[in-house]
Ligand binder design. Sequence first.
Ligand SMILES: O=C(O)CCC(=O)C(=O)O
Ligand SMILES: [Fe+2]
Length: 199
Amino acid sequence: MQQLNLFAESAPVLPITYYPDFLTLEQANELYQHCLKLEWQQNQIRIAGKTMPVPRLECIYGDNGCNYLYSNSVFLKPLCWTEALSNLRDSITALTGYKFRIVIGNQYRSGIDSIGWHADKEPSMGYEPAIASVSLGSCRKFQIKPRDGKPTDFWLEHGSLLIMHPGCQSTHLHQVPKTNKVVSTRINLTFRPHTGGGR
Ligand SMILES: O=C(O)CCC(=O)C(=O)O
Ligand SMILES: [Fe+2]
């Protein structure tokens, strides 16, 4: 499997690994069709005393009891794993050694949908989580930067896998910015650990 060298001279050392061809085109197409049928929700987020719609659709699947609260306002209660999602989880674990209890889906319906600069540091994931992110559909720009540094851009391709290694969430921030380009749907699946629940 192709694995880009992110540690080449001149490139900043980033605590991530990108696998552009993690899935074959056929696997990625099939998974994309499966994901379109997942239970997508339009959640509301509270920021600075204001309630507003999250600028993307979300869904969550995982082990029973692995509830997830982020930004102190969006509460996600996992549905049972679908076979396709648990198979995908297991193949990422086989490749990386990292174990996951939940997957949060993001659906970016157009270039207006986005996720702003953040780190995924919810205590329910435990200390220094490894997060695995599978991208399907339209290609979108993903940016990552040290907390006080310059961003590096990646274009996350259909069928790719991005691993954010333990420590990444403490030292770096990441985002998928809005774009004026005409882009259609992108689905992103983020597999995460969780300290609660049972399988
Ligand atoms: O869509 C992506 O590639 C990133 C999603 C993300 O950062 C998140 O769900 O926390
Ligand atoms: Fe994130």
